[in-house]
Design a protein around this ligand. Structure first.
Ligand code: SF4
Ligand code: SF4
Length: 140
């Protein structure tokens, strides 16, 4: 046993005076890096209610229900208690209406408090700009 401790002693002493690799969380927090997959968010003004996000979410964490058919109003619920932070909804959305923020502190006493509701009017799809075609010139 004594021999084993002696073998580790140089390494132990080396690390004793090094800067620590961890932070004193939750009193000290690191800034989440660019591209960090925190919590999914909706930008309602861009949503065309195609439901691609609902279809592709592997955790069934997104729900969209109509609120008023005449006003084209819908409610999206993101169930953060089910979300696995994969960002598939962001990749699947054709209008960039889904994004991921840097929020990761999602603990709650009641999982139902982790739901986020958005009530909004369906956006009109913006037609894609047609690709210009080169019409061959006729020479006289
Ligand atoms: S991040 Fe993944 S699990 Fe969470 S809502 Fe989007 S698709 Fe679903
Ligand atoms: S957030 Fe994007 S993918 Fe989901 S319904 Fe709206 S437009 Fe479609």
């Amino acid at each position: 046993m004594k021999i084993q401790i002696l073998a580790f002693l140089p390494e132990l002493l080396k690390h004793l005076f090094r800067k620590t690799a961890t932070v004193d969380y939750p009193f000290q927090k690191l800034v989440a890096p660019e591209g960090f997959r925190g919590t999914p968010v909706l930008y309602p003004e861009k949503c065309i209610v195609c439901k691609a996000c609902v279809r592709d979410c592997p955790a069934e964490a997104i729900e969209i229900v109509p609120v008023s058919e005449t006003e084209k109003k819908f409610k999206m619920t993101i169930h953060n208690d089910r979300c696995v932070h994969c960002a598939q909804c962001v990749d699947s959305c054709p209008t960039d209406a889904m994004g991921m923020n840097k929020e990761f502190e999602l603990a709650a006493f009641d999982r139902h408090n982790l739901k986020i509701d958005y009530v909004y009017v369906k956006s009109t799809p913006v037609p894609r700009t047609p690709i210009a075609t080169n019409t061959p010139k006729t020479e006289n």
